[in-house]
Write a protein that binds this ligand. Structure first.
Ligand SMILES: Cc1cc2nc3c(=O)[nH]c(=O)nc-3n(C[C@H](O)[C@H](O)[C@H](O)COP(=O)(O)OP(=O)(O)OC[C@H]3O[C@@H](n4cnc5c(N)ncnc54)[C@H](O)[C@@H]3O)c2cc1C
Length: 403
């Protein structure tokens, strides 16, 4: 069941306002008429949209009112609810370089929404207005699933500055960023409550960036902070508040990535449907083969089910963000796993062309493989759900000596 039919069913129950359907349709048209032709003209082995064309597309997206739709309206963004963003996120994703190029803008680090008015004026508003690239540096080589324990980077107060030392891993977009948020320990004995967040401008002396090539086309970075001095006013919130700051905005990011995964998988299914109608083997169209019929029927069913899960979690989030975490975890893990499986099976319907670089499928396949790890690996999200269901016993540690 395509998204449009699912939306229509929700609309029958009064769940979808007209403005959302209009926005969804107009973004889908923008992707079809503005973005796909640009991508179609690139050589098959292009790894990303050229910068000049990204800039041009961004200007058009901005002029059309499709800019930073997730960011709060009062800060210059589109102010969409989590549900609205999940619906349009699927359409935004239906092009080859959706995960890397951010034609519709990439939100600044969400922890900064809780910054001081001065921090918001200096860092958030211009990032939203001009589409500045930014980064978030939490993960380290010691671990990303459980950063509260893994973070070794420290920030020591020195007069009216903090001095940051340590190494971050997987810091994405820092190579083009104006600034970002770095999570560092300000109190070595306070565990999770000893971690603070700092705005760090990328031209600050002492930052060394080394690219980390990965499976997908847009790579990440290892970053060394060697006596990096940041003004004390760049501390976001209070010392020790680092993780509390991003708060429920983290859940919104996960829902958005889930909707992207579904959009890409839906696009791959539509491509496979057209191909199965057209392509003949052994004297009959592929569409007559039960393997193909089942693959498409299963893909549609799995995507529709995952979509309801994402929408349900998003609607719960909009009503009560504090209660939505397990539902969002279930939705993120399920949608990304389902989307990966769907794209894999649609590639098979294409035979050799499924793995050819001139098709978007192999590119999406690699992006989706990474999606199953970033914004929390699927297993960690399942752990969040299980913890909710099982209660305290799920986190009990074996006692020693045994009693
Ligand atoms: C391409 C890319 C871009 C990234 N961008 C950023 C970025 O911009 N900023 C940033 O801070 N980080 C970023 N990350 C880091 C990402 O968030 C982490 O890789 C992720 O959180 C997992 O951490 P880890 O790699 O250290 O794996 P680990 O924490 O070592 O976990 C390894 C595996 O163990 C399993 N596992 C872990 N805990 C549990 C549990 N409780 N229950 C069951 N299974 C479990 C999971 O399968 C997991 O994949 C990026 C990563 C990649 C690959």
């Amino acid at each position: 069941m395509a998204m449009i039919e699912q939306l229509a069913r929700l609309a029958e129950r009064g769940g979808v306002p007209d403005h959302l359907e209009l926005l969804r349709e107009s973004i889908a048209r923008f992707v079809r008429t503005e973005v796909l032709p640009v991508e179609g003209a690139l050589p098959p082995d292009a790894r990303e949209l050229p910068k000049a064309q990204v800039h041009e597309l961004r200007m058009k997206a901005k002029a059309a009112g499709y800019w930073m739709l997730q960011a709060p309206r009062e800060l210059g963004g589109g102010g969409l609810s989590a549900f609205e963003a999940a619906v349009v996120g699927e359409e935004i994703a239906k092009h080859k370089f959706a995960f890397s190029s951010a034609v519709f803008g990439r939100e600044p680090p969400v922890a900064l929404y809780n910054g001081t008015p001065e921090q918001i004026d200096r860092f958030i508003r211009p990032a939203i207005e001009h589409g500045w690239e930014t980064f978030t540096a939490i993960s380290e080589a010691t671990g990303g699933s459980d950063p509260a324990r893994a973070i070794r980077t420290v920030a020591r107060r020195d007069g009216d500055h903090y001095v940051i030392n340590g190494q971050k891993m997987w810091t994405t977009h820092i190579e083009n960023a104006t600034y970002g948020i770095v999570y560092a320990r300000t109190d070595l004995s306070a565990g999770r409550r000893g971690i603070s967040a700092f705005v760090v401008e990328t031209d600050t002396p002492g930052i060394e960036i080394t690219q980390v090539p990965v499976l997908r086309n847009h790579w990440s970075n290892e970053v060394s902070f060697n006596d990096v001095r940041v003004p004390a006013e760049n501390l976001v919130g209070q010392e020790g508040q680092g993780f509390a700051l991003a708060g429920q905005w983290t859940e919104r990011g996960r829902l958005f990535i889930a909707s992207f995964a579904l959009g890409v998988a839906e696009a791959s299914m539509q491509l496979a449907i057209a191909h199965a109608r057209d392509r003949e083997t052994f004297g009959a169209p592929l569409a007559t083969r039960q393997f193909v019929q089942f693959a498409i029927a299963d893909a549609d069913t799995e995507l529709a089910a995952a979509r309801w899960l994402v929408w349900d979690a998003a609607m719960l989030y909009d009503r009560n963000p504090a209660a939505a975490r397990p539902a969002v975890s279930a939705a993120k893990a399920h949608a990304t796993e389902v989307a990966f499986g769907v794209v894999d099976r649609m590639m098979q319907i294409f035979g050799g062309m499924g793995v050819a670089k001139e098709m978007p499928l192999e590119h999406w396949f690699r992006d989706l493989r990474v999606c199953r790890v970033v914004e929390g690996p699927s297993e960690v999200h399942k752990y969040v759900v299980a913890r909710e269901l099982l209660g305290a016993v799920a986190t009990a540690r074996p006692q020693w000596p045994p009693v």
